[in-house]
Design a protein around this ligand. Sequence first.
Ligand code: PEP
Length: 258
Amino acid sequence: MSRRPVIAGNWKMHNLQQEAMDLTNGIMQELRSEDKAALPEVVIAPTFTALYAANKALTDCGCGKVKLAAQNCYFETKGAFTGECSVEMLKDAGCEYIIIGHSERREYFGETDEMVNKKAKAILANGLIPIICCGESLEQREAGVTDYHIASQITKALRELSAEDVTKSIIAYEPIWAIGTGKTCDSIEANRVIAMIRNVVKGLYDANTSDAIRILYGGSVKPSTIKEQMAQSDIDGALVGGASLTADSFAQIVKGAM
Ligand code: PEP
């Protein structure tokens, strides 16, 4: 089964509107001579206030090579939820993907597996694609509970989703100790964990679903690491933080995944 690679840039809490526009234009400039059909699915995830600017740059360009994501959403449709954004609002802002369950949201904002599951359902019900993050802490890795923890996160995130919905979804395996630390997880080990996740999906659904779902690696991905990561059997792309903040390094990662 051939799965189309995905390279997604998580800008986190960076970039004012003009900076977001410049970075978006810079990425498209770097990718201008690449054949769209040969590119991976390229996704950028600006913060809420920069979605409009990034979307404007994408639509003005019109090349369709880069898609828009949000970094978070709320699962309710509307109402008295001060400070939150619904999936419909993010779709209206041009988003086609939404990152959920990022370890920073889990750690600093109390996002639970149950919330991740509700968000995944709301995203899929609106025709968008969830990028569902999972990953173990250093303590969990050292205690030997990595696989157990991740299998539990994935099982809870996918609860009551149909096989069709899971096929459309994207999972990002991001060991927390590798995020923003410069310490990339060894590619063979990242591939082993990702194959384990695929096996969990197979157990919950079937082989067609587990063969189809895209599973990314995230954690200090750089231009120098992407080729080896993409050479692994089960790694379908990358969720990139720091290295997605400059057009040159992000474009190099995109090209390294071709
Ligand atoms: C992330 O924030 O999802 C991430 C992987 O960050 P970094 O690439 O900076 O480790």
